[in-house]
Design a protein around this ligand. Structure first.
Ligand SMILES: Cc1ncc(C[n+]2csc(CCOP(=O)(O)OP(=O)(O)O)c2C)c(N)n1
Length: 341
């Protein structure tokens, strides 16, 4: 397993980023954690319908998007709000999506990030399609798709990986192996020794990296992106991490995993690791941390206010975002919903 930054903040290999970029990515990790914490809190207050936390997975979210250009594609899941935001998807859209408001799915036109996929695995096919279209048009854009260990058991995973391998599509598959698909542990997901080993069967390189190590994730994705841009085709990366939170706000992990295991992973917190590294290099202080947390909280709070101030949509709106040209049946249902309002 590829590791650069160890738990104590010391390096095992050369850092792939200069200090100023590391500080920027650390700030993004703090912002992502701030949003994540608010998401869980707002759901408990009844202001979001449900929330899927990525607590503990911030190195994957920020490390993976770090090497992307703004015009590359990101196609991710309900657990990837941090990555989506880092690639330009506004916090306000992410909040709206979690209230069931269709406007959450409408990213600004210059943001190449698809709305989060709730259907496990289905979005990987969309990522392959987008990247294949870019290849066909002769651009050097790539697509990054993010998914969990559970998604590797879906038929869609096979179809996406197979097609990408055969056609040399410029797509990066980033599997966040957070050890559980709701209550199903990794060892019940596949008998394969590693998830990265699956890449062999599709004729693409597979790498396993420490998913709590910002530098390792960044390094692996940067190499895969460079390869894809240069016509080298897809790469599969397994980032080994851990979901410190429940699956969603409707889950109780105490029913399927020992508290001691959570504690073990808490000690490998991805933010602490970068903070220790920066501190040892004289680049972190408690005052800067306060500054980052306050700025992030102000941003996130402004997004919550903006989302909650919007005039609520009526029930008929759910039909409007499905097809550009609705079928007669949908139109009838829409009209009925509008009359009932
Ligand atoms: C096709 C499909 N099957 C089942 C579900 C219900 N479901 C939602 S999340 C989830 C677990 C997914 O686990 P994993 O892919 O490891 O991602 P994680 O939630 O751990 O990030 C399941 C089974 C779904 N949303 N879509």
């Amino acid at each position: 397993m590829h590791q650069v930054l160890q738990t104590d903040g010391t390096l095992r290999a050369a850092a792939p980023l200069d200090v100023s970029t590391t500080r920027q990515l650390y700030a993004a990790m703090v912002a992502a954690r701030t949003y994540d914490h608010k998401g869980t809190t707002l759901q408990k207050q009844g202001r979001l319908a449900t929330y899927a936390s990525f607590l503990g997975q911030e190195a994957c979210q920020i490390g993976a998007t770090g090497p992307l250009r703004p015009d590359d594609w990101l196609v991710a899941t309900y657990r990837d709000a941090g990555a989506m935001w880092a690639q330009g998807y506004p916090w306000v859209n992410l909040f709206l999506g979690r209230t069931g408001d269709e406007r959450g799915g409408a990213a600004p036109p210059d943001v190449n990030v698809l709305p989060p996929s709730i259907t496990v695995g289905a979005h990987m096919i969309h990522a392959v399609g987008l990247a294949w279209a870019e290849q066909y048009r002769g651009t050097d854009r790539v697509a990054l798709t993010m998914f969990g260990d559970g998604a590797t058991s879906e038929g869609d995973f096979h179809e996406a990986m197979n097609f990408a391998g055969v056609f040399g599509v410029p797509v990066i598959f980033l599997c966040q192996n957070n050890h559980y698909a709701i209550s199903t542990p990794r060892h019940r997901q596949t008998a394969a020794e590693t998830l990265a080993a699956k890449a062999d069967g599709y004729g693409m390189p597979g790498r396993q990296v420490d998913g709590n190590d910002l530098f390792a994730v960044y390094d692996a994705v940067a190499a895969a992106v460079a390869d894809a841009r240069a016509g080298g085709g897809p790469t599969f990366i397994e980032a080994v991490t851990y979901r410190l939170s429940p699956h969603t706000t409707a889950d109780d992990p105490g029913r399927y995993r020992p508290a001691a295991e959570e504690e073990e992973w808490r000690a490998r917190d991805p933010l602490d690791r970068v903070r220790r590294y920066l501190e040892a290099n004289g680049e972190w202080s408690p005052a800067w941390q306060d500054e980052l947390e306050q700025a992030a909280a102000a941003d996130v709070d402004a997004a919550i206010t903006a989302a909650e101030q919007l005039e609520p949509l009526g029930a008929a709106a759910v039909f409007d975002a499905v097809f550009a040209e609705p079928t007669p049946q949908l139109l009838r249902q829409r009209n009925r919903a509008a009359t009932d309002e």
